[in-house]
Ligand binder design. Structure first.
Ligand code: GDP
Length: 425
């Protein structure tokens, strides 16, 4: 049985918490896209962790955590992340890395940084983790696959070939120091030694696991609106954030993904640039940012203050649809307990016309939010475990959102901890 846990918004919806919680009852947890450019914050018995590359199942001894072929694999980062868990008393997790995963190289980070510098004010708000240059190289067929690390002649030849191309850009476009093929080759050999204990034919492993009826979770990074095809292009990430891509990025048949849990945040937040229709500013925003998430809305990887806004039903309904969501997990609801009234964006006004359909970027650019207001519940809902025990206005908010997004809300998260969850019957 395969379930995907994916974001319906711009990321930071709390997928890590939901994955960590569901991992308890699962056998295998897989990252299928993205890299170490975004973080998942998890609070459990071992403490508070920000995971960037490892799946959020690493805290259990009975689970296998997999880095799928679709991930941008930063090998030294992986080793460091595993070590940082062990150093804090987490038993060493069982980890597998796909032999078809590609390797994020230090020059990808450099190119990311140089390009942001070159674009200056017109930049895409990259986290400078090398993700865009990595995926460009993968599809230009000049990336290094984990399997290739075990063929020295191939590595040597390819390192030289790649450097010729990269050095033209470094010299003439960026005016920066050139790459040395010998150094790249040596780097790759050191990566081979680091990753070797984890390398596995993951799609074969998963085919067996599926046959044996194992419970498998696909853990998405970021959210629908950051998808390169269906998101707010070009202010998107460079690998698909959609559940459908889980089949490719893990190496399983698409029809095996039976459940798609879209994680939906009770208000909006986003990092980086891009249109954000229900964004709020000033004191109103500062208050929500300060109270938001767990200890404020600041990026888990970058520490950047997140942009915040009211719940956007237009973007979220679309976000759930492109995910193919079969259910929603509604998160961070406890944060809204301070408000007398809660605005919800239920339409976009574009050129004088109101629409409920999420538009393409050139139109999104012109969209203005149309709000309705719901009464607040003015109390702390943390600690509540039964849906019926939630204040009436809080249930009304949930049920209003559920109707708007057209997906059943199966879980409500009312705190950052593993047990802060209300399962709806
Ligand atoms: P992810 O990338 O989707 O896993 O999300 P992040 O981990 O980046 O951001 C979610 C933030 O919200 C983290 O700080 C979580 O600890 C926190 N969080 C998750 N669920 C809840 C919740 O229900 N209530 C509160 N207050 N915080 C939550």
């Amino acid at each position: 049985m395969v379930r995907a846990i994916v974001g319906a918004n711009w990321g930071d919806e709390g997928k890590g918490k939901i994955t960590d919680m569901l991992a308890k009852e699962s056998d295998i947890i897989i990252r299928f896209q993205g890299g170490s450019n975004a973080g998942h914050t998890i609070i459990n018995d071992y403490g508070k962790f920000a995971l960037h590359l490892l799946p959020s199942g690493v805290f259990y001894q009975h689970t296998t955590s997999i880095i799928g072929n679709g991930v941008a694999l930063n090998i030294p980062y992986l080793v460091k992340e595993i070590q940082s868990l062990v150093d804090r008393g987490v038993p060493k997790p069982h980890i597998l890395v796909s032999d078809r995963a590609q390797i994020l190289m230090p020059y990808h980070v450099l190119f990311d940084t140089y390009e942001e510098e070159r674009l200056a004010g017109k930049s895409f708000g990259s986290t400078k983790s090398g993700i865009a240059p990595f995926y460009s190289d993968k599809y230009a067929k000049i990336g290094f696959q984990v399997s290739e690390l075990f063929d020295e002649a191939l590595l040597k030849e390819k390192a030289e070939r790649v450097c010729v191309q990269k050095n033209v850009l470094l010299e003439h476009l960026y005016h920066k120091p050139l790459l040395d093929p010998e150094e790249i080759y040596k780097e790759l050999l050191s990566y081979r030694d680091m990753v070797e204990p984890y390398v596995c034919d993951v799609s074969a492993y998963l085919a067996d696991a599926i046959r044996e009826g194992k419970k498998i979770l696909l853990e998405g990074q970021l959210g629908s609106l950051k998808d390169p095809d269906h998101g707010i292009y070009p202010m998107v990430t460079s690998s698909s954030t959609l559940a459908a891509y889980g089949a490719i990025g893990a190496g399983i048949p698409p029809y095996e993904i039976k459940d798609i849990t879209a994680v939906v945040k009770a208000y909006s937040s986003a990092v980086g640039a891009g249109d954000f229709v229900s964004e709020i500013f000033g004191d109103e925003a500062e208050e929500l940012r300060h109270r938001g998430g767990d200890g404020g809305e600041y990026g888990a990887t970058t520490g950047r203050p997140r942009r915040v806004g009211w719940f956007d039903a237009v973007a979220t309904r679309y976000g759930c649809r492109v995910q193919g969501a079969t259910e929603a997990a509604f998160t961070v609801l406890d944060v809204l307990g301070y408000l007398d009234e809660i605005p919800v964006c239920i339409g976009y006004e574009i050129d004088g016309q109101v629409t409920r359909d999420f538009p393409t970027t050139p139109k999104l650019n012109k969209a203005k939010p149309v709000y309705t207001k719901l009464p607040g519940w003015k109390c702390d809902i943390r600690g509540i475990r039964k849906y019926e025990d939630l204040p009436e206005n809080c249930r009304k908010y949930i049920e209003f959102v559920e109707k708007e997004i057209e997906v059943p809300i199966a879980m409500v998260s009312n705190g950052p901890g593993r047990d802060d969850i209300i399962i709806r019957k």
